[in-house]
Design a protein around this ligand. Structure first.
Ligand code: 3PG
Ligand code: MG
Length: 407
């Protein structure tokens, strides 16, 4: 898919103040960033703007900020990490007001190539998350141009993603995308709109309800749709199988039947687990020891629970992935946090690593699994978006992309 949006390559930022929305929503443990993927992914755009002599004003949300501004959700650790990675000072405006006097002063003091990071945009509460006009304008007032490079947040019509663009546009500034946005849209967009076939989509994760639209859309776009993970059991039950104590979305049984009928009508292959790794109960703690056995999917005892795909299924799914030219994968095959129950997810990750195909990992849990299991450099693309990549694969228009001006 050709992205017809204005990008950082199409504007001249020399001497101009450029507000860049990043997704620096990184996991933190005791103030330490435990996964730097999203910071690394933002560097190409930031470095380009520095090199071109822009005044680079970065902003992002972090966490959900449910109880108002607080130090635990401050972007301070990100400022420090960014400064290390860019090899230059990043002036952090720690003011909880985000755009207040402190921000205005810091920006006024900027020289070409300087970098400022504003405080967590969600510290402004619903002004950010409800796309408030006043906050949107305050953000826009700090800058001349706006760059969205926050793919992971582009499904949110928030002030720093959407509202701000209106005010930048009103004063004749540019609204464009950064390199990360371009890359994400190129990989995900190509897979869905223009895939090299055979195109195999693999979906997993716990709940059918979370994936309704993506199942529907990928069934139309892909040649083969593979369903594993917790949500496969609702499909198995819809086929009339006993699934014991396995996870089930009873309200979605009809939906599963509908999807199976749709696959048949479209002549698409819909693969479900033919065997299942079962145990007496969910592991507690989640990574604790657990006794398992493998049975055919139509022989799950009533008092047992399916927690991973079985060995025959691993082979079935792996062979399908290896025969593909494009693979999109979103959602683990089992409880991958547990070493005994990670086997199915590892088998799929290995198959993708070995496949002579463009392999795309939707963000969230599947990206975490691929990174945790050590396969990240074997994949063509690992999305930095969880919800955003899912909504993109559903075929939805993402507000953060929609508001960027065309070339
Ligand atoms: C994410 O981590 O999925 C993005 O940063 C968006 O965060 P949100 O789900 O809190 O809006
Ligand atoms: Mg999320």
């Amino acid at each position: 898919m050709g992205l017809n949006k204005k990008s950082v390559d199409d504007i001249n930022v020399k001497g101009r103040r450029v507000l860049v929305r990043c997704d620096f929503n990184v996991p933190l443990k005791n103030g330490v960033i435990t996964d730097e993927t999203r910071i690394n992914a933002a560097l190409p755009t930031i470095n380009k703007l520095i090199k071109d002599g822009g005044k680079v004003i970065l902003c992002s949300h972090l966490g959900k900020v449910k109880e108002g501004p607080n130090e635990k959700e401050s972007l301070a650790p990100v400022a420090k990490k960014l400064s290390e990675k860019l090899g230059k000072e990043v002036v952090f405006v720690s003011d909880y007001n985000v755009t207040g006097e402190a921000a205005t002063k810091a920006v006024a003091a900027m020289k070409e190539g300087d970098v400022v990071l504003l405080q967590n945009t969600r510290f402004r509460g619903s002004e950010e998350t409800k796309n408030g006009e006043a906050f949107s304008k305050e953000l826009a007032d700090l800058a001349d141009d706006y760059v969205c490079d926050a793919f992971g947040s582009s499904h949110r019509a928030h002030a720093s993603v959407e509202g701000v663009t209106k005010f930048i546009k009103a004063k004749g500034g540019n609204n464009c995308v950064g390199y990360l946005m371009q890359k994400e849209i190129e990989f995900l967009g190509n897979a869905v709109e223009n895939p090299v076939r055979p195109f195999v989509a693999i979906l997993g994760g716990a709940k059918v309800a979370d994936k309704l639209n993506v199942i529907d859309n990928l069934l139309e776009k892909a040649d083969t749709l593979i369903i594993g993970g917790g949500m496969a059991f609702t499909f198995l039950k819809a086929q009339g199988y006993e699934i014991g104590k396995s996870l089930c979305d009873d309200e979605k049984l009809d939906y599963c039947k509908e999807m199976m009928a749709k696959a048949e009508k479209l002549g698409k292959k819909l693969l479900l687990p033919i065997d299942t790794t079962i145990a007496k109960a969910f592991p507690d703690p989640i990574d604790g020891p657990i006794e398992v056995s493998v049975v055919d999917s139509d022989k799950i005892p009533a008092d047992m629970m399916g927690l991973d795909i079985g060995t025959k299924t691993m082979e079935l799914f792996a062979n399908e992935a290896k025969s593909a030219k494009t693979v999109v994968w979103n959602g683990p095959m089992g409880v991958f946090e547990n070493p005994t129950l990670a086997t199915g997810t590892i088998a799929v990750a290995k198959a993708l690593a070995d496949a002579d195909a463009t392999t795309i990992i939707g963000g969230g849990d599947s990206a975490a699994a691929v990174v945790q299991l050590g396969f990240s450099d074997k994949m063509s693309h690992i999305s930095t978006g969880g919800g955003a990549s899912l909504e993109y694969l559903e075929g939805k228009v993402l507000p953060g992309i929609d508001v960027i001006q065309d070339k």
